[in-house]
Design a protein around this ligand. Structure first.
Ligand code: ATP
Ligand code: MG
Length: 356
């Protein structure tokens, strides 16, 4: 196996290591067909790292992530570490990685696989064949802007304050991610904001339009108020290809889109950083779901989200489109054959364990 790309695997806690084991089986299969053109390193993160080193994201893990071309992340946290003070919690493992690697663009595909069309919260005809990509800005906006906090006003009443701050560079770089993805897909971007009532929304719309005009005139661009986008996602979701949004609106819209697809156990995600002068781009791939302590160790977790996160990694970070597609098709075939983990169980289907 030649090793021109470096993969860092961080299984973490709870069901993380269980579902990651299934990815290792997929990699074994790739090695068997000589398709695995990358080297693999494994590291500690979350509670597992706290137990071993006292830190949720040890420096060695951060350094390995910097060196890697892509990180495949499991999940972190669990009751064992719940009583630790906030600054020592397992969740800080992922937060440190996101911050240090500058991962500003969170990509969440919402795909309805044919065998799971009945698992959607919408009618089958509305979602059959759905394939959208949500791009959420993930390092700026109202979750970080200053001033923030709970203060007392002149009358001694409490006032809660959050501030949405976006610079034009922050908007432009995440817009480029959305336009680049659209070019590989159905060539359409829907940019969402509330330009009617928010100044940051006005700037968002203006900058996205400028980037479009200067660099991506071949891509179709539409602007939509975020509240309208939420309604359209529920009524006519198939009109969308790539949806772009701020940290807040992207968060809300991607959870809504997730509900259209059925199970948490099926959904992958990616978070990308800036393209560096060397051409390298930091990227971390992880399932949407958490460490699911309620089912950890029972061998019943659905490994699909982790496996599909790996497929996304192969496509985006390693340029291995064919292998990504093969893996996605394999997942769909297994479901199509009527095999189900408990989270996506339907009448008449065969219940299987994590490692079918
Ligand atoms: P986090 O805060 O890390 O997102 P959480 O507790 O909010 O964690 P999850 O850990 O994702 O959420 O679990 C939510 C529910 O979904 C649990 O009942 C869990 O068992 C179930 N679940 C999550 N992932 C899977 C999976 N891969 N397969 C089956 N069930 C899952
Ligand atoms: Mg959660």
């Amino acid at each position: 196996m030649s090793a021109n790309k470096k993969l860092l695997v961080l299984p973490g806690d709870g069901i993380g290591p269980e579902v990651m084991r299934e990815v290792r089986r997929v990699i074994d299969w790739m090695e068997h067909r000589r398709a695995a053109r990358f080297s693999i390193d494994e590291g500690l993160v979350g509670g597992a790292a706290i137990d071993a080193t006292g830190q949720p994201c040890p420096d060695a893990t951060l350094e390995a992530a910097r060196q890697a071309d892509a990180v495949l992340f499991g999940s972190v946290g669990g009751p064992k570490w719940d009583s630790l003070p906030f600054e020592q919690r397992p969740e800080l493992g992922i937060l440190r990685l996101r911050k240090e690697l500058g991962l500003f663009a969170n990509l969440r595909p919402a795909v309805v696989l044919d065998p799971l069309v009945d698992a959607s919260s919408l009618k089958p005809d509305v979602v059959r064949g759905l394939d959208i990509m949500i791009v959420r800005e993930s390092t700026g906006g109202i979750y970080f802007g200053e001033p923030r906090g709970i203060h007392k006003d002149a009358a001694g009443k409490r006032v809660g304050i959050d501030t949405e701050v976006y610079s034009e560079d922050e908007i432009a770089r995440v817009a480029r991610v959305a336009f680049d993805l659209a070019r590989q897909r159905r060539n359409k971007v829907t940019s969402t904001e509330k330009a009617n009532v928010m100044q940051s929304g006005r700037l968002w719309r203006a900058v996205v339009s400028e980037v479009h005009k200067a660099e991506y005139a071949d891509v179709e661009l539409e602007h939509m108020y975020a509240d309208n986008a939420a309604m359209q996602l529920c009524s006519r979701p198939k009109q969308f290809d790539v949806i772009l949004g701020s940290n807040l609106f992207g968060d809300v819209l991607s959870d809504l889109a997730a509900a259209l697809t059925g199970s948490l156990g099926m959904l992958p995600s990616a978070t990308l950083g800036a393209v560096q002068p060397s051409g390298k781009r930091h990227a971390l791939y992880e399932p949407i779901h958490g460490s699911a302590p309620d089912i950890a160790g029972k061998g019943v977790a659905n490994p699909s989200a982790q496996i599909l996160s790996f497929a996304m990694l192969l496509r985006i970070s390693f340029g291995m489109e064919e292998d990504a597609k093969l893996i996605e098709t394999a997942v769909e075939k297994v479901l199509g054959g009527g095999l189900r983990t408990a989270d996506i169980m339907q009448p008449g289907m065969a219940r299987v364990s994590t490692s079918v």
